[in-house]
Design a protein around this ligand. Sequence first.
Ligand SMILES: NC(=O)c1ccc[n+]([C@@H]2O[C@H](COP(=O)([O-])OP(=O)(O)OC[C@H]3O[C@@H](n4cnc5c(N)ncnc54)[C@H](OP(=O)(O)O)[C@@H]3O)[C@@H](O)[C@H]2O)c1
Length: 405
Amino acid sequence: MSSVRHLMYNRWLFHCSTSPSVNTSVCWHGRQKRLFSTTKRRITIMPAWVIDQYGGNDVLRFTKNASFPVITYPNEVIIKVNAAGLNPIDVGMRGGYGASSLSMKRDPLNLMQNGMEFPLILGRDVSGVIMECGLDVKYFTERDEVWAAIPPWKQGSLAEFVVLSANEISRKPKLLSHREAAAIPYVATTSWSALVNTGGLSKDNCAKKRILILGGSGGVGTFAIQMLKAWGAHVTVTCSQNAEWFVRDLGADHVVDYTSGPVEKPLSELEKFDLILDNVGGETERWALTLLKPWSGAKYVTLVTPFLQNTDLLGIADGMMQTAATVATKALKHLVKGVHYRWGFFAPSGPALDEISEMVDAGQIRAVVEETFSFSQVPHAFEKMEKGHARGKTVVQISEEDDYS
Ligand SMILES: NC(=O)c1ccc[n+]([C@@H]2O[C@H](COP(=O)([O-])OP(=O)(O)OC[C@H]3O[C@@H](n4cnc5c(N)ncnc54)[C@H](OP(=O)(O)O)[C@@H]3O)[C@@H](O)[C@H]2O)c1
């Protein structure tokens, strides 16, 4: 409890830490004194936006009685959320997207009944302050300001507290407020996973490489442009015409407007690329791989994959078989033409965020917050996300001033 006392400035932590929240009674057994501690109900609950079923925006429900997160493993920390970031996957998950795979990840032995994931808390980015550390956590301490991308199988950040593994978190960049910091982790770790782990890029091999980003003006695109430019790559992006100034301001060298006609033709007239990051998917796969330099190790990495959709439609076993067959067939088909076809996925990573934090503090990457909502406006934030045409990220500021009523 000493750690908690450090944070007494916070209203909720105050509830958690002050002695009135703990009832202590004394029992005498022979000559020995034994203390019994019981916890009052108010420290086991917190305010949060939850869903109790999948559906449209009307399933979002505010409650002051969400379960307070607990440290289950010794490498976990509890974070007091200052700001939360939303991503397209939150809108998808609200409607049930990925429910089969995510349920399996939460409950691999299938011990729980259907629907045990509810009440489910959405929100994939967090920036906040560590309130409590598990016994094995050495690298972080209480009161550290941290940021993290929350895996979709864990409870999210649209709540006052969230519990995460210490491997998933990182110290927040000093240059950013919590609101700004909450715009980065999920898209940053997704870009890192796609470009570095899958695409094989790094700050040491990127100089002068020609990269094409399909869909450059959204959350992932705006982060990827900045990271690749910081590493010295030449970056071409596709986006709508009214986003051109925006992506150029982030560093894009060449911009192709997809709203004024098919982009294949203008892109095919350019020098070929070393890597393509596809944030759009669908038809793009038909022509994009012809834009790569053949027989040079060039890669096409798409973030729009049917993996979760397959398991939702076909069940875990058949969905995974179908997914494996699809990706293997496509990879082979393109390999004989001298280019690599890959699927990219989000992967939580504290170490990747450590490096990104350094880039932010060095002024190489800035937060692109499209719009900020208060905690009471979460349904509006989802409505806005559903309309699409993002120019960066949607952030929910969870401040002490909110009265949660
Ligand atoms: N596999 C994974 O683990 C993973 C993880 C994260 C994200 N994703 C996926 O990656 C994609 C991008 O994510 P995000 O967070 O960046 O989404 P986002 O913020 O919604 O951005 C999408 C962007 O795509 C642009 N766009 C739409 N149609 C386009 C087209 N035909 N050509 C070029 N640009 C187009 C839109 O810009 P305009 O306004 O200019 O039209 C919008 O800015 C999403 O499909 C998401 O689901 C996958």
